[in-house]
Each structure stands twice: as structure tokens, then as C-alpha cells.
Design a protein around this ligand. Structure first.
Ligand code: ZN
Length: 247
């Protein structure tokens, strides 16, 4: 089974469509979505419609989805994020808001050995940025593979008998790594719609469960169109600019 793994789409329909086109060429059987469908970007309704069509077999909520649905407040958000999520909440239909409100909190169990979450298995809002964070996240469960998002960076942490290490590969268009069965793995496919790892290309991954390979992929997309939508909506200009810098 080949799994398409998407995270942090953030209302960027241009990036999502570019990723889906690239993924169609790669081939996949089932879809996993790790949350933050909305927030920051301007095309929330279009992204939610595309997700309905895609019908991911596994879909967890992100913190932006939760706040947009009104389940928790935006008090912990940066001023820019708060403006964007309040605009999103005001412009989405009741049907779209109900879809966000119904998204489950992670972790979801794909099978006994694979967990899916937005931030970390024990805390959906935790940012796993470095090996210390990864150690904490991996100590919270026993699964061999945990897929997560939230940081908007494509990262791979490995816990083997030799210890815990950051084995994030150099960024290329496609970089398949083998998930050795004698180690445990924590993999972030990166952000489709707002990458922050100094690479403006949309990020996603395809995991081949039988071969044990994780293909970390980057795709160019129409950044000016996504920026124009943000500016047309009157959202903070920093949200448009950061798409070009990937930061
Ligand atoms: Zn996010």
C-alpha cells in the first residue's frame, strides 16, 4: 500500500493542486492528512472542497482547524495568524465550519504500529523541531512510525539501538529514504501550503508500507497566484511574502 501524506495545506489551493498532480504521477492508494487545512491562506473553501473530493482515509485536525471551528480561542496565535483565522471563520460557510469542527484530534492509529498526529502523539500543539523534542514525542508511544506535521518543516528523526538522530535528508525534488525496521521513526512530510524550511516549494511525502520507503517530495507551484489571493482578501501582506521565501 502506498500512502499519500499531506499536512499543513493552510488554504493554499495552488500548492495543493500542484502536489496532487505530482502525486498522481508517483501513484498512491490511500491518503493521510495531518491537519491545518485552513488558516494563513485565502482559499479555504476551495481547499475544503478538494479534501472532500479526495476523501482521505485518515484525517486529523490541526490547531488552525480547531480554532477556526471555534473549539478553542485564538489567544495563543500570533497577531498575523489570528487575523487570518478570524477572517477564515467569518468567510467560511456553516457547512465548512461544521466539517472542521468534526475533525478528530490525533493521534489516530493507522495500524498497531503507526500513529498519525498533528503536533506530537501526546500533545497536538507541540512543535517537534529538534532531537530533544523528538525524544519527548517518541517516549510518549511505542509505535514504529509516527507521522506528524505542525512545524512546516520536512524532518525525519530515527531512534535506533545507536541512539536518536536527526536524519533529515538534503532537500531535493524527490528523496526516498528507507525506514530500517530495527529503528523507530518520526516523520514530518513538511507543509503543502506554507513551507518554513527555507524552501518555498510545496512539501509532501509518499510512504510505501511494503517497501518501507518514505519519498520526501518538493513541488514548485504558482506562488504569485497564491500571493495574489492573499492580497485580494486583504490579509496581512507578510503571509503573501513568506510564501516566496519559504520561511
Ligand atoms: Zn500549520
Amino acid at each position: 500500500m502506498r500512502y499519500l501524506i499531506l499536512s499543513d495545506i493552510h488554504a493554499n489551493i495552488q500548492a495543493l493542486d500542484a502536489v496532487l498532480e505530482d502525486a498522481a504521477g508517483v501513484g498512491w492508494d490511500a491518503c493521510i492528512c495531518l491537519g491545518d487545512l485552513v488558516g494563513y491562506g485565502a482559499d479555504s473553501a476551495a481547499v475544503l472542497q478538494r479534501i472532500r473530493e479526495l476523501a482521505p482515509q485518515w484525517l486529523v485536525r490541526g490547531n488552525h482547524d480547531r480554532v477556526c471551528a471555534g473549539l478553542t480561542s485564538s489567544v495563543t496565535f500570533s497577531p498575523t495568524a489570528r487575523v487570518a483565522i478570524e477572517w477564515t471563520r467569518a468567510t467560511l460557510s456553516d457547512n465548512d465550519l461544521a466539517m472542521l469542527a468534526a475533525l478528530p484530534a490525533g493521534p489516530l492509529v493507522l495500524d498497531a504500529d503507526v500513529l498519525l498526529c498533528h503536533g506530537a502523539p501526546h500533545d497536538e500543539d507541540m512543535y517537534v523541531l529538534d532531537t530533544a523534542d523528538a525524544r519527548l514525542a517518541m517516549s510518549a508511544h511505542r509505535a514504529s512510525l509516527c507521522l506528524h506535521g505542525h512545524t512546516h518543516a520536512q524532518t525525519v528523526f530515527s531512534l535506533s539501538p545507536q541512539g536518536l538522530s536527526d536524519v533529515t535528508p538534503a532537500r531535493r525534488r524527490s528523496h526516498a529514504i528507507t525506514l530500517a525496521p530495527d529503528a523507530r521513526w518520526l516523520v514530518n512530510p513538511g507543509s503543502v501550503g506554507q513551507p518554513r524550511d527555507r524552501d518555498s516549494r510545496a512539501a509532501y511525502a509518499v510512504w510505501d508500507g511494503e517497501a518501507g520507503t518514505m519519498d520526501l517530495r518538493r513541488v514548485t507551484y504558482d506562488v504569485p497566484a497564491a500571493q495574489a489571493a492573499i492580497r485580494r482578501a486583504g490579509l496581512p501582506d507578510a503571509l503573501a511574502r513568506r510564501l516566496a521565501s519559504g520561511e
